[in-house]
Design a protein around this ligand. Structure first.
Ligand SMILES: [Zn+2]
Length: 460
């Protein structure tokens, strides 16, 4: 039977999410290190209050992870829920309300992390509380692993999983991060892209130099950087790096049909994001979900010197740099592709130019194995709550789920309720109360289905 979700439960959850958002756990900001710890402690205390034993922090070299265990009956399968409590930075001036002072407007909770990922993380916790408060037992052993470094590429997750294999051992895992396709379709993501980030810097004069002294006679690093970036794609927007697409797993016709079922609104998409670009032989959901991409995500140079930062200092800058991000897909090795992109840039550079690379993170794509029993359980839960069979979609972003396969031998199922339109990583991030209601009902249903799937974990 579909559990009825009391609307007061959703309002309590919104208030709780507000408390969580108020802790500015920006993992990339060294000044927020204590706030990250505070968020971890806040979450640990909530898990403990819900009955987890133990609920504790596990230290990493940077931000602690939160672990909690709700032990199940003897012989019951164990399920692990993964998510993250850290958030992206937020520039307050771009927001309608301060990012770390949550507000409920028009049925939505506004605040940094509301959708990615604090709201999603609180849903399974609230589901546990709802089940236990109703006098039922979970019927499964349940573990939570909520990390604090996802937004900086989960640099210590591998070591954490490897070091605590026994603690995290489970029969099935669910990722409470990611989301559903479009505005309101019921869907479940079966893959996420991998990728890498690196910085390309180019040097010009030894210091920012008066453009009246050297302009027109020396290499300008911004011009050189622009040339290099322009050479990454052809006019249509295909990546021009030799070998870039060589190993991309082709889409089967059935997969194309599945993606074509998604309610994609091209007019709306163009209105929101601008003119289409890229591989025209693929649909937009295919380009984003199943094809790789190479994007410049920031570009810097000039504007400084003695004239302030208003961009009109009359200097030829000494240095320019850009951050380049690649999104890779199945069968592309991101380490190999990174080398190809760097080689391509090296070949384009004029002789004698000083340039270099700084490598940031590099991570694998992820695919939920076909026929995974836990995926079947998730589909069943969503179908019962939404009243329709979920469509299978692809997450165009990255999730560190290959690391669970490598270290724990378990393939997490992406079970999350965010939407693209919710401002994740951007401004005015929000999580709708209705999404919370459906998410809470879906997690509750999922736990009930898993609790009934005795006796062995492999039937989860
Ligand atoms: Zn996230």
């Amino acid at each position: 039977m579909v559990p009825a979700i009391d609307i007061s439960l959703v309002h309590d959850l919104a208030a709780e999410l507000g408390d969580f958002i108020r802790i500015p756990s920006v993992s990339s900001d060294p000044r927020r290190r204590e706030d990250c710890r505070r968020a971890a402690i806040w979450l640990r205390d909530r898990l403990e209050a819900a009955g987890a034993s133990p609920a504790r922090l596990i230290e990493t070299e940077l931000h602690p992870a939160v672990f909690a265990h709700f032990p199940g009956p003897a012989g019951a399968p164990t399920v692990l829920v993964y998510g993250h409590y850290d958030v992206q930075p937020a520039t307050a001036s771009a927001w309608s309300s301060p990012p770390f002072e949550p507000e409920i407007r028009e049925g939505r909770v506004y605040g940094r992390g509301s959708s990615d990922d604090k709201g999603n993380v609180l849903l399974p916790l609230a589901a546990v509380r709802a089940i236990l408060a109703g006098g039922s037992s979970l019927g499964i052993g349940l573990k939570f692993l909520i990390e604090g470094e996802e937004e900086i590429g989960s640099p210590h997750l591998d070591a954490l999983l490897a070091e605590h294999r026994k603690l995290f051992a489970c029969d099935a895992a669910f990722c409470a991060d990611g989301g559903m396709f479009g505005e309101d379709a019921c869907s479940i993501a079966i893959s996420a892209r991998g990728g890498f980030v690196f910085r390309l810097w180019i040097k010009g004069p030894a210091s920012d130099t008066h453009s009246g002294l050297v302009g027109g006679a020396v290499r300008n690093p911004i011009h050189e950087l622009s040339d290099a970036i322009a050479g990454l794609h052809d006019r249509e927007g295909r990546v021009a790096v030799e070998g870039f697409y060589d190993h991309v797993r082709p889409l089967e016709s059935e997969e194309r049909l599945e993606l074509a079922r998604l309610p994609f609104d091209e007019v709306r998409f163009v209105a929101d994001y601008g003119r289409l670009h890229g591989e025209s032989e693929y649909s937009v959901p295919e380009r984003i979900g199943a094809r790789p991409a190479l994007d410049v995500i920031s570009f810097h140079g000039g504007g400084g010197g003695g004239g302030g930062d208003d961009g009109v200092s009359a200097v030829v800058p000494s240095r320019a740099w850009a951050t380049i991000m690649c999104r890779t897909v199945a069968d592309q090795d991101p380490w190999v592709i990174r080398e190809l992109v760097k080689q391509h840039i090296r070949r384009m550079m004029p002789e004698g130019l000083a340039f270099g690379f700084e490598e940031k993170d590099c991570f694998w794509d992820y695919r939920v194995p076909e026929g995974l029993p836990a995926l079947g359980s998730a589909i069943k839960a969503l179908e019962q709550i939404y009243g329709v069979k979920p469509l299978l979609c692809r997450d165009g972003g990255g999730l560190p789920l290959r690391r669970f396969q490598d270290n724990l031998g378990v393939s997490p199922v992406i079970f999350a309720f965010s939407r693209d339109s919710e401002g994740c990583h951007g401004y005015d991030e929000h999580f709708p109360l209705d999404g919370m209601r459906l998410g809470l009902a879906s997690w509750t249903r999922l736990f009930q289905i898993l609790g009934n799937a005795r006796p062995t974990g492999d039937r989860l």
